[in-house]
Design a protein around this ligand. Sequence first.
Ligand code: NDP
Ligand code: X2W
Length: 343
Amino acid sequence: MIKASIIGASGYVGLELIRLLLRHPEVEIVSIISSSSNQLSIDKTNPQFKKVSALVFEEFKIEAIEKADVIFCALPHGISQEYVKIGYDLGKVVIDLSADFRYKDSQKYAKDYTEHKYPELLQKSAYGLCEINRGEIKNAQIIGNPGCYPTSAILGLAPLLKSKLIDKNGIIIDSKSGVSGAGKKSDFAYSFCELDENFKAYSVAKHRHTSEIEEKCSLLFGEDLNLSFTPHLLPVKRGILSTIYATLVKNIDKSNLVEIYNEFYKDEYFVRIFENELPELKYVRGTNFVDIGFEIDKKTNKVIIISCIDNLIKGAAGQAIQNMNIRFSLDEKTGLVMVGEYF
Ligand SMILES: NC(=O)C1=CN([C@@H]2O[C@H](COP(=O)(O)OP(=O)(O)OC[C@H]3O[C@@H](n4cnc5c(N)ncnc54)[C@H](OP(=O)(O)O)[C@@H]3O)[C@@H](O)[C@H]2O)C=CC1
Ligand SMILES: CC(=O)N[C@@H](CCC(=O)OP(=O)(O)O)C(=O)O
């Protein structure tokens, strides 16, 4: 059995990690770490866990993570790096859910986040976008789990970037996210009356995921992209739907696209290509799938890609577990096969 510790276990991503790892046949959770819930059992703080688990939250101590083979850090950006460093020095495999180990270039990280205290560790970490970077993930001691928006955007664009079918300038990524993407924030802007029956854009032309998407596309596909990324807040709890617009540089039709996407993702269980219909949030909600559909708009010579994920699963906890499966040479699907909720 793989022994796992979760730091930041009381947050939305931490709880989702616990929920998923409890059903993973090869994992034993050895510690769940939270300062706000210290010494409380999970079936008291979150009654959903009654009769399933009575794991007790504990405060961070070296002894709490020493027995683990893998540590998941589900902490805020900037704070996570301290805990990742401790886990790394103890020789553990560390999967970080924050942005702290997603970048190779510490200057790019600093521009959107904060000064990195351990820039040398960025060279030792693998970007955990499983379908694209499996080779690096297999041998890494630190895995930087991707942002939720970048997961939907890069997986949606990857086959077109690889086959050099689109203009690398002027790509538009228009993404809509459920509110759990913001974590357990209690700010006024995230209260029910502000969100329900409302829909709004935010961080227009300045969201920090723009640089993550750009850096990764450049490193993974050798393409220096110039793109616009606009996130929106949907009045739903989970899910991201990204609509991506790019200009075609070759004259192709829909059947070519179907072939290209099916070929690119032919061995990928967690990618579902929609050839005739279009993906919807409800198909992926509660699953580790990314659903991708597309059309060509001949009038404007644009390809329009629709890419959907559950932000807490493929966009966070599920992809982190997929990374763990890769790193520990398990079948990638272990513990992650789920059908989307019907409603
Ligand atoms: N929500 C999402 O859809 C996604 C989130 N992520 C990333 O995953 C990470 C966790 O996100 P999420 O669960 O949503 O966030 P939450 O705000 O829901 O939870 C974060 C947890 O971190 C702990 N924490 C907060 N501040 C500190 C601190 N100063 N020191 C130590 N622990 C602290 C808290 O637990 P306690 O106070 O009990 O210790 C809290 O429960 C973040 O980096 C986020 O960006 C990534 C992809 C998607
Ligand atoms: C709806 C919402 O607020 N979403 C978050 C992104 C969540 C995420 O996955 O990104 P990180 O892991 O980089 O935090 C945001 O826009 O900041």
